[in-house]
Design a binder for this molecule. Structure first.
Ligand code: FAD
Length: 290
């Protein structure tokens, strides 16, 4: 089923997984997706990694098996930096053959040796997908409540976002953030910039001091004092830090649920325990009662 139809019908709840890296078997990803599917999410998204770990080939296989074996909607990510239009067409055809109708259209991060080929921006990819696949697919795009790290100005960021909408994106999924106020402010600014697409809020639990520092640097998310305090209170113990992260993420989810969000997406980092905790807290606060 198309995610755009789900978002039109109700507030959604979804998870993300990433294909296993290195020698981890594909079966491990199927197992993780199977465990997450027991919570009945609206969809499970599967990330795409062009270059680096080189696991993009597995995105189609995992997304296809989520649809086919788990009877759950899959959202396949696709980055276009360094890709040709023919590469994209082949990927879309492979997804269609596996019954996957949902694509998250992304540019991908800049990496040495991977430059622009046929697409400079996600909006170019969206235009191509819409022109070639029409309404056969539902297209999502990324948004950044605190701005994209490369954007010179806030207005430039919103111009890029507006372009995604105008080229045919159906909805937006946000980058992680640790202060819900950033998300609420962003939502209001979208309206002022004529961006009317449903916005799914993406939440990732922090797991350690190191991990949150890396995330802050990579995606420009700011770390509020209340998060620092939680980490300090958790002390040096790795388990306590991870538990504090899940607890904080669950509080964020509940607050977003109470504030009329279009959808909640949990960056569950291949950990079914995280998706289960998110499910429980959202069931408890009535978000999942439809
Ligand atoms: P773009 O929309 O192209 O934006 C990139 C920059 O260019 C921004 O600063 C924007 O303001 C600017 N811009 C946009 N359009 C124009 C224009 N027409 N002219 C000039 N400037 C413009 N990465 C992966 O590799 N694999 C994944 O699976 C993946 N999944 C993600 C899922 C989500 C929900 C999010 C939020 C990010 C994900 N990413 C993933 C990371 C993403 O690829 C990076 O954030 C990347 O740097 C930007 O992607 P984009 O699609 O937003 O690009």
């Amino acid at each position: 089923m198309k995610i755009s139809d789900k978002l039109a019908a109700h507030q959604t709840f979804s998870f993300e997984i990433f294909p296993p890296k290195g020698d981890l078997p594909l079966e491990k990803a199927f197992e993780i997706a199977g465990a997450m599917a027991t919570c009945g999410p609206d969809w499970i998204s599967v990330t795409y990694s062009a270059g680096g770990s080189g696991n993009s080939d597995n995105t189609v296989a995992i997304a296809g098996s989520i649809e086919e074996k788990l009877n759950t909607t899959a959202l396949a990510h696709l980055t276009c930096m360094g890709s040709t239009a023919a590469d994209v067409d082949a990927y879309v055809a492979a997804l269609a053959a596996d019954g996957v109708q949902n694509i998250l259209a992304l540019r991908g991060d800049r990496r040495p040796g991977r430059g622009v080929v046929d697409f400079a921006h996600a909006s170019d990819l969206i235009a191509h997908l819409r022109a070639t696949a029409g309404d056969a697919i539902s297209i999502g795009a990324a948004c950044y409540p605190e701005g994209h790290v490369e954007s010179p100005t806030e207005d430039a960021d919103f111009e890029g976002l507006y372009r995604k909408q105008e080229e045919g994106a159906d909805y937006l999924v946000s980058q992680l953030f640790f202060s819900n106020d950033d998300f609420y402010r962003f939502r209001e600014k979208c309206l002022r910039h004529r961006i009317k697409l449903p916005i799914v809020a993406g939440i990732m639990p922090f797991t350690s001091v190191k991990q949150i520092q890396r995330m802050a640097f990579n995606c420009g998310a700011s770390i509020p004092a209340k998060v620092v305090k939680r980490l300090v209170q958790a002390g040096d113990d790795a388990e306590s830090q991870a538990a504090a992260g899940v607890e904080y993420a669950c509080e964020q989810l509940c607050d977003l649920a109470a504030n009329g969000v279009d959808g909640l997406h949990v960056y569950s980092m291949n950990k079914p325990a995280i998706s289960a905790a998110a499910y429980e807290v959202l069931a408890g606060c009535g978000y999942l009662a439809r």
